[in-house]
Design a protein around this ligand. Structure first.
Ligand code: ADP
Ligand code: MG
Length: 368
């Protein structure tokens, strides 16, 4: 151990609340939109693992590929989206299966039962002419055709109560419920078949802050009781810090940093994570000035060489124009083992391999 590392105190890695058994493993996923000369390269080699019982937060500015990632991983990607490479392993009772290569009937059975999604803007997708209870019952009937109407109604009432709505509101029409209640109905519907994985794409973005909070707390509470795993997508990192066990930060179709929520929040290593955290008011912990990130994400049809974030990055140096950063352990001593970052300030070996001069980790990216 060098003299330098001996003088540093060890950083405690908070234990993840989730278990360590993988339930969903996304491997080297590539997605593009459109054909021809320059398709939009919306995902460029994403690796991400969701563990049993954990809440995994996915954050990044609009257009970074968050929705594309979860749609592709569940094979719900609408055209012209095209999965060009990768695998998505769901670890079921009979071992892992690749969702991307599952036959259509198996896939249909697996939806809602294994993995349920609450889509972005879902609360406006309830059918306005049917009572909400009936809409929940329809989901149950599609997968449990032998259930009786009374059983389905009981379950719908139970689900409504589970998400904090009085059971007798099963007879309400969507327009008779507030936005927050409609969003809760969507969550109830997603939980109807007790899925192992609940994916939520910006479920609270359209709601006011108080309502957002209540819903988020409810999801975590249900996770604690029922033990499912959650992928929670939002552009608001400070909300994720409150609820997630782990956070993955996306930029331009790639994961650029991944660590426990606490580590990402208190010690962001990637300049982009830094920028994201300074774009939202902190709910707890150290106050940061709200500076935001200058500029906007790159055109995914014509990505620059090297690091896609370099044009907006205050810490870019000459290597960033030529070497593409790979996700790996950061250069700061004491970081937890599960932490990874894609930034050349943290990867002296990649810079040296390109024959260039590595640069030190700036103080801001080495917060301890
Ligand atoms: P996020 O959910 O993070 O806001 P998306 O996954 O919706 O991002 O989009 C990722 C990228 O893919 C964006 O650059 C977006 O413009 C592009 N994209 C999404 N849908 C389409 C589409 N139907 N056709 C072409 N490009 C698309
Ligand atoms: Mg989206």
């Amino acid at each position: 151990m060098s003299a330098r590392t001996q003088t540093l105190e060890p950083v405690a890695t908070p234990p993840s609340r989730g278990g360590r058994r993988p339930v969903l493993e996304i491997k080297d996923l590539h997605v593009s939109y459109g054909y021809g000369e320059d398709p939009v390269q919306a995902l460029r080699g994403v690796d991400l693992t969701l563990h049993e019982g954990e809440v995994l937060g996915l954050a990044g500015e609009s257009g970074c590929g968050k929705s594309t990632l979860v749609y592709a991983a569940t094979r719900l990607l609408p055209p012209p989206g095209l999965i060009t490479a990768g695998e998505v392993l769901f670890h079921g009772a009979d071992g892992p299966v690749d969702i991307l290569r599952m036959p259509e009937p198996a896939l249909r059975a697996s939806r809602w039962q294994d993995t349920a999604i609450v889509f972005q803007g879902a609360m406006n997708s309830l059918n306005p002419v049917h009572r909400v209870g009936r809409q929940i019952m329809d989901v149950i009937q599609a997968h449990r055709p032998r259930s009786t109407r009374a059983e389905r109604l009981d379950r719908a009432r139970e689900l409504m109560e589970m998400v904090g709505i009085a059971a007798d509101r099963v007879s309400a029409y969507p327009h008779q419920l507030s936005g927050g209640m409609r969003q809760r109905v969507m969550i109830a519907m997603a939980l109807a078949l007790e899925p192992r994985v609940l994916i939520m794409d910006e479920p609270t973005t359209a709601l006011d802050v108080v309502m957002q909070r209540q819903i988020v707390e409810q999801i975590v509470d249900l996770r604690d009781r029922l033990g499912f795993s959650v992928v929670f997508i939002t552009h608001d990192v400070s909300l994720l810090v409150e609820i997630a066990d782990r956070i993955a930060i996306m930029y331009a179709g790639e994961i650029v940093e991944e660590a426990t929520a606490d580590e990402v929040y208190r010690r962001p290593r990637h300049p982009y994570s830094h920028g994201l955290l300074s774009s939202f008011p902190a709910l707890r912990g150290p106050k940061r000035p709200l500076t935001g990130i200058p500029g906007s994400p790159p055109d995914l049809r014509a990505l620059p060489s090297g690091c896609p974030f370099r044009d907006r990055c205050a810490f870019a140096f000459d290597a960033c124009a030529v070497v593409r950063p790979e996700l790996g352990p950061p250069a700061v001593p004491g970081d937890g083992p599960e932490r990874s970052v894609a930034c050349l300030r943290h990867d002296a070996a990649a810079v040296a391999a390109a024959g260039l001069e590595p640069q030190p980790v700036p103080e801001e990216l080495a917060v301890r």
